[in-house]
Design a protein around this ligand. Sequence first.
Ligand code: HEM
Length: 314
Amino acid sequence: MTTLMSIVVTMIAIMFRCSNGLSMNYYMMNCPMAEFIIQNSVRSALTSDPTLAAGLIRMHFHDCFIQGCDASILLDSTDDNKAEKDSPANLSLRGYEIIDDAKQQLENQCPGVVSCADIIAMAAREAVFFARGPYYDIPKGRKDGTRSKIEDTRNLPPPTLNTSELIKMFGQHGFNAQEMVALSGGHTLGVARCSSFKNRLKNFDSKNDVDPSIDSQFVKMLARTCNAGDNAEQPFDMTRNMFDNGYYNALQRQAGVLSSDQTLMADPRTRPIVNGYAMNQAMFFMDFQRAMVKMGLLDVKETGQVRQNCHKNN
Ligand code: HEM
């Protein structure tokens, strides 16, 4: 009976195996509680602080776009290496403690099995769902990378990019314009700090030069936020902890916070996609989850280490 069971389990495992060595049920045999443990860590942390859902989703994006989804974002700087997390582009990332908590529990249950890269991917997925977004299954089995260099973060998109530049940058990772617009919908959660959008206020005083793509009332709101300093926070949409299509509705009202947000409405190539998601939340959810699964497969490592401590190489 046990032999039969293990044959069936192995067959199922083979069936669900992806071409890149990842599989939906990767931990079924050696850490069956993995998803449950991560789910619990994320849910209990977000119950206390729902704003951290945004942090986890952004962390997954910033991990995958640099060197692939290999948890390089979690490595600490050392005496002879400045790591990605210390780059200005990553200083406002949040939610590291949730990953640490899940990792500690996983190491107690099944030491050396669940990679930090998989924990980030699963935590982001749980965060989307916690915020009432879609739930999607993701392949697992990523290994952790050993390289984390501050200079690599120049490949993260700055908030000043226009649509052509965004299409180009996301295209380099294999995403088309529609997928780029769907992924930008991650901005349905969370906030940007004044330093990320004050470029849009430069000409605020000289009425004629104000960025014409911003609503005139909204630009005043951004300016008021910035009165409190560079770190003052501006929610991307009216429901910062709710995963919905409010971000696209904001773009339609010319109330996108970053230049890189509002440009999606200004450009005729992406405007119809923004309008589509603003009108049809289900379509946004479907495209977002597909694009997230795809993002989670960027340059994944089949071989390599599973870090014991996500902050440092073994
Ligand atoms: C399209 C290009 C993108 C640009 C230029 C961009 C840029 C930014 C910037 C500048 C911030 C604010 C940082 C700060 O002021 O502290 C931010 C926040 C955020 N980004 Fe993006 N981002 C992009 C795409 C994405 C994608 C693809 C995702 C996820 C799928 C994402 C998820 C988030 C989230 C959730 C936040 C809020 C974080 C928080 O509240 O802690 N972004 N992004």
